[in-house]
Unconditional design. Structure first.
Length: 454
């Protein structure tokens, strides 16, 4: 770290940041009341609102969005004539999956091996703390030079579109000259990175019915159509033998022409077992940033423990399809739905339900705000130049904001580098990354204000 006053201030604030992140991680804020009480999300939203009020934000509000969740909004006025910057994060998190696989409890921030572990530590409660650190450092060093809007979403991980619909109905609320989305991450620890593209997504649930009820597998097996076997065959149709996604009518041959991802690094980051091949063709960057990717994220079927010798009458699966820039998510939904109905074997009855959708995003990296961010990141990461990468994940709000505010510049940064293992067990954040990115964001706001006043 440099001796810049901003850096010194943020370094001094890190113990407070850890204490606050500990409080925020403790909320089990999974935006799915079927898994966790809604009160956990409401309590997290209230915590975020209180944090904004403590920093002198005005108009702090809990916004009831159409999907039944709350987003938190606040406005901090800057000097007269200063530009407005919107800072985004989300306080909802992915479910912890198998809690027994966590080395430490998922909702208790735990320091280990130089990292802070806990669900949401990087994605994206840490992103909200990053915004607070940057603003506090500016206030301690001459003041915040821009007007700031903060929006903390309450259902980003569910993809249910609550904040997108709310923003469309209240287009003046989030209007800004520049938007900083704090929900991506560096290409790796210590390498400052902005994200230029995001894949969109569609999420479908497919149900197959073949029998009026379960049957004895000895008495009827071999002739009666088993719904679980039908589902296995249907899901297998979504991939070629080499693992390439195969949805009828969906192109899978695009190429990525930016920063490359060496296969050896990817295998290490993804923790691929020795002797197990990667799937798909082309470069790793092609596969994870430029091409569609289908994933079966859940199947309803009998567990092994307690299984009986029965043919299943019905089976259900949830399927995620990541959609790269250049593809329309709605069209991809139509193609995937048609594929599922066309490939169900044995005349099985098929029903498909859409449970989430978001468009892909491509940023304009030639905009002036990127120059300000590059300068800020170079100062926060001495000796390193800002890199530009893609990201295979989705932030559906980005396209909504781009459509509502076509003149706004949108930058994507964050704490979700590969070691963070977001969406997996043992998610963690690097406190050094939190510190340096907070410095970068504070310096960016200074640089950006100066560029707008010159």
């Amino acid at each position: 770290m440099t001796a810049h006053p901003i850096s010194e201030t943020i370094a001094s604030l890190m113990p407070r940041a850890k204490a606050e992140l500990t409080e925020l991680v403790a909320f089990q804020s999974v935006a799915d009341p079927a898994q966790f009480p809604k009160s956990e999300c409401e309590a997290a939203a209230a915590w975020v609102a209180d944090a904004l009020r403590a920093e002198d934000f005005q108009d702090v509000a809990l916004l009831d969005t159409p999907d039944g969740t709350q987003s938190v909004y606040g406005f901090l006025p800057g000097p007269a004539g200063a530009p407005t910057v919107l800072l985004y994060a989300h306080y909802d998190v992915q479910p912890p999956l198998d809690e027994s696989a966590w080395i430490s409890p998922p909702f208790e921030l735990t320091e280990r091996e130089g990292r802070w572990f806990g669900r949401g530590a990087a994605d994206c409660k840490g992103g909200f703390i990053m915004h607070l650190l940057a603003l506090r450092a500016l206030k301690a060093n001459g003041g915040v030079p821009v007007s700031v809007k903060v929006i903390a979403e309450g259902s980003e991980e569910q993809g249910t579109g609550g904040l997108e619909r709310y923003a469309e109905a209240h287009p003046e609320l989030l209007a800004a000259d520049t938007i900083v989305i704090g929900d991506t991450g560096n290409f790796r620890v210590g390498l400052p990175t902005v994200t230029a593209t995001l894949r969109g997504m569609t999420m479908l649930r497919v149900t197959l019915d073949t029998l009026e009820g379960n049957l004895h597998s000895g008495q009827f097996g071999g002739a009666a159509p088993d719904a679980l076997a039908a589902m296995i065959q249907l899901l297998a149709s979504l991939r070629a033998e080499d693992g390439t996604t195969t949805v009828d009518g969906l192109a899978t041959d695009a190429e990525w022409d930016g920063l490359q991802y060496p296969e050896s690094d990817f295998r290490k980051d993804a923790k691929v077992l020795d002797g197990v091949a990667l799937i798909g063709t082309g470069t790793v960057a092609d596969r994870i940033w430029a091409r569609p990717a289908v994933t079966v994220i859940g199947i309803d079927c009998p567990p092994v423990v307690g299984a009986t010798p029965s043919l299943q009458a019905s089976a259900r699966a949830q399927i995620s399809l990541r959609v790269p820039p250049g593809h329309d998510a709605a069209e991809a939904t139509t193609l995937l739905t048609a594929h599922l109905k066309a490939h169900a074997p044995w005349g099985a009855r098929v029903s498909v339900e859409q449970v989430g959708q978001g468009q892909a995003f491509r940023a304009d990296t030639s905009s002036p705000a990127y120059t300000s961010m590059a300068q800020a990141m170079e100062a926060a990461y001495p000796g390193e130049k800002m890199q530009t990468s893609g990201m295979g994940g989705s932030i559906p709000l980005c396209n909504t904001l781009a459509a509502l505010y076509p003149e706004a510049e949108i930058l994507l940064i964050g704490l979700s580098e590969p070691e963070a293992q977001i969406h997996a067990v043992n998610e963690s954040v690097s406190p050094e990354e939190l510190e340096r990115l907070s410095v970068a964001e504070a310096l960016f706001l200074q640089n950006y204000a100066e560029s707008k006043s010159s």
